[in-house]
Design a protein around this ligand. Structure first.
Ligand code: HEC
Length: 287
């Protein structure tokens, strides 16, 4: 933790003048402008920062900023270990419940293209529903017990259902006052400073996106949701976006939230909306 504090303080100092020339990234945190304008402002911000990087390339995260890392990535994905989780997920997906039905019966078109629209806001329960929650709702509707969030089986199912939208652009809807409120709460969480380091998600994934922090290039928030669940070499496993967020919370010395808590769901909703238009690629691969 000490190392982080020292190096971040240095980066923060070095970066402040550069940030002043560009768009005021902290203005992006204004919660009054609404979802459409927020999305537009984020895309404009990154386009100004990195005019040579087209929107689709944001799917690559940090890999978009280093040709050398990108070639390592291409080698790594010749055999993405995450594909093992994907086939585990397919097996579970195809295994009938005790009543003879399968997960496919819960989704339109057998689940194809469904993940592109998640998370979604449910007006009845007035809450953000994630893919993981929808899978558990499907189980319960068919008389099965819900799976634990973060469990291997649920991650595998989330991965498989995610992959049924591969190649399709993220298309998360934020419509109506309840949805907008959840979105704005996610946005506020993203911009709120926290932890011993007093860093917000935006400090790193907006202000320092595309730049080095210690020995790592930081990915922009735009595009992040499109490859989750993702395989990470550091995990030796596939895991979800919320698990990754938990890791970033801990890295700055902040208390992580519970998986699928209201805070994390609203945050995931906000982040996924920012990836609208970017093609889904699940499971991704990251170092
Ligand atoms: C001190 C800087 C810092 C802060 C603050 C921070 N992160 Fe990160 N985050 C990183 C680094 C470094 C990585 C690994 C490199 C990369 O892929 O961006 C990372 C990775 C990620 C990834 C995976 C990106 C990918 O392409 O797979 C996500 C998602 C993420 N962070 C979300 C968040 C969220 C949400 C917050 C706020 C709760 C947050 N981070 C706060 C430094 C930070």
């Amino acid at each position: 933790m000490k190392k982080w504090i020292v190096s971040i303080a240095v980066v923060a100092l070095a970066g402040s003048s550069a940030a002043a020339n560009a768009v005021n990234w902290w203005d992006l945190g204004n919660t009054k402008v609404g979802p459409e304008q927020t999305l537009q402002q984020f895309h404009e911000y990154f386009q100004q920062m990195y005019p040579k990087i087209p929107l689709q390339k944001y799917a690559l995260g940090a890999y978009a900023f280093s040709p050398e890392m990108y070639s390592q990535y291409q080698e790594a994905i010749q055999f993405n270990p995450g594909d093992l989780t994907l086939s585990e997920g397919k097996k579970l997906w195809d295994t009938p419940f005790k009543n003879g039905k399968t997960y496919a019966s819960c989704y339109p078109d057998g689940g194809k293209g469904v993940a592109a629209h998640y998370p979604m806001f449910d007006n009845k329960t007035k809450t953000v529903v994630t893919i993981g929650m929808s899978l558990n709702a499907c189980r319960q509707a068919n008389g099965e017990a819900p799976l634990k969030y973060g469990s291997q089986d649920l991650i595998a199912l989330q991965t498989y259902l995610g992959s049924l939208s591969n190649g399709m652009p993220v298309d998360v809807q934020v419509k109506g006052p309840g949805a907008v409120k959840a979105f704005e709460e996610g946005k506020a969480y993203f911009f709120m400073k926290r932890g011993q380091l007093n860093f917000s998600c935006a400090s790193c994934h907006v202000a320092y996106a595309g730049k080095y922090l210690r020995d790592q290039i930081i990915s922009p928030v735009v595009g992040q949701s499109a490859h989750f669940p993702t395989y990470r070499a550091a995990w030796s496993a596939v895991n979800t976006l919320q698990k990754r967020i938990e890791g970033c919370n801990k890295q700055v010395g902040a208390e992580p939230e519970k998986l699928e808590s209201v805070d994390y769901r609203n945050l995931e909703y906000f982040m996924s909306y920012l990836s609208n238009g970017i093609k889904i690629n699940v499971p991704g691969y990251r170092p």
